[in-house]
Write a protein that binds this ligand. Sequence first.
Ligand SMILES: Nc1nc2c(ncn2[C@@H]2O[C@H](COP(=O)(O)OP(=O)(O)OP(=O)(O)O)[C@@H](O)[C@H]2O)c(=O)[nH]1
Ligand SMILES: [Mg+2]
Length: 249
Amino acid sequence: MPRTLLTLATYNERENLRPLVEAILGLGIAELDILVVDDNSPDGTGQLADELAASHPNIRVLHRAGKLGLGTAHVAAMRHAIAHSYDFVATMDADFSHHPRYLPDILARKDDCDLVIGSRYVPGGGVRNWGRLRRLMSWGANAYVKLLLGLKPRDCSGAYKCYRVATLRRVDLDGIVAKGYAFQEEITWRMQLAGARIAEVPIVFENRRLGQTKMSLREIAGLFTTVLRLRWRRLTGRIHQAKGEEQNP
Ligand SMILES: Nc1nc2c(ncn2[C@@H]2O[C@H](COP(=O)(O)OP(=O)(O)OP(=O)(O)O)[C@@H](O)[C@H]2O)c(=O)[nH]1
Ligand SMILES: [Mg+2]
C-alpha cells in the first residue's frame, strides 16, 4: 500500500495545530504520516508538535532554527519523503484555510496523477471571506505566472497539494530559487516541466480564524522577482525540460 507524508509547515500556529491534527487523524486515512515542519515558532508550536508526536506514533516533527520560509519548509519535507521512501508527499496550510475535509478527495486522485492541486479556481472551488484586494492579488499572481512561465493549472499559488515522490526525484530541488510563498508557483512549474500529470480538485479556501497571517509585501515582491528569474534561466537554457516532458509532449 502506498505511503503518504502529509506536511504541515508551521510558524506560530499554536491554536490551530492540535485541532487540525485531530481532524486529520479523525479521517482515518490509511498509511498516512504527518510531518510538522516548525521554524522555532516563538509561540511554542514546536513544543506542542513534540507533545502530539509523543502521543501519536505517525506524527514526526522537523525543527528548524528560525523562520526560513514556507518554500524551504516544503523542500525539507520533500527531502524527508525521498529519504524515507514515501510514495507521495502532501502539503497543506496549518490554519484551517485548507480544510481537512478535502483531503480524501485530493488523495483519491493521486494514483493516476503526479501532482494533485486543491484548487480554488475550478468549478466547485472558491474562496470565502476574502476582500476585493486579496481576490485581485490572487488573480493577478495567477495571471502573471501563466503569462511568463506558461503554467497550465488554474490555481498555481495554493499550497494544498499532493506530489508523487518518483516525479519529485526528477525535479532539481537544489536549484529551487524561491524561499517563501513563490515556491508554490515555482514547484508547480517545475513539475509541469518534468511532464507531471496534473489534476485540480475543487476546494473552498476559508480565511484563517485563529492566529496571524505571515503573508507580507515581501512575499508579494518575492513572487514578482522569482518568476522573472525563472523566466530568464529558462530562456538562457539553465533550467531544462526534464525527461518526462519528452514522453508527454
Ligand atoms: N515552517 C514555516 N511555516 C511557515 C512560514 N511562513 C508561513 N508558514 C506557514 O505556512 C502556512 C501559510 O501561511 P499563512 O500565514 O496562513 O499565509 P496565508 O494563508 O497566505 O495567509 P492568511 O490569510 O493569514 O491565511 C501556515 O501554516 C503558516 O504557519 C515559515 O517561514 N516557516
Ligand atoms: Mg493561511
